[in-house]
Design a protein around this ligand. Sequence first.
Ligand code: IMP
Ligand code: MG
Length: 172
Amino acid sequence: MSQVEVFIDAERIAARVAELGAQIRADYGDKTILCVGVLKGSILFMSDLIRAIPGDVRCGFLGVSSYEGTESTGIVRITHDLRQPIEDCHVLVVEDIVDTGLTLEFLLQTLSVRKPASIKVASLLDKSARRKVDVPVDYVGFPIEDRFVVGYGLDLDEQYRNLPYVGLFKGA
Ligand code: IMP
Ligand code: MG
């Protein structure tokens, strides 16, 4: 664990997630929100965020994969599709991090074909300096610089997802 240094601690994450939840509910009024978590990186953010949004919230999960090691392969694959139709639903895509934006662009294209009433994006982290395509991120937990981070759901080759904080990966 010495390769990882605390970057955003659990307390800061919890405070920001509470703010986001309140803001999201205020923006949606009394609408039902279908939170679509992007597996696997969003699992911890998703579970905290849905508890921070009062009122009617539903959940779905989509699995995608594009990363190997610390680099995106650029090719996005669906590894697990939603189990429910999203037509006429207010979809909130819940992501761990938006980096190049390629995953999100693919997801937004894939989901918009299914005719949701609306579609927005909440991402815990936003590494906007690395963006290759312009994608809308409606709710951002923390903008970050171009650093590789792990923990709170984010992994390096499946390791570190269980850290309760976002950490900086310092290398071997
Ligand atoms: P994008 O398609 O380049 O925007 O990449 C999005 C996905 O790559 C995220 O949902 C993460 O799963 C993964 N990713 C991007 N940056 C990092 C990072 O710093 N740490 C861990 N995973 C990352
Ligand atoms: Mg992800």
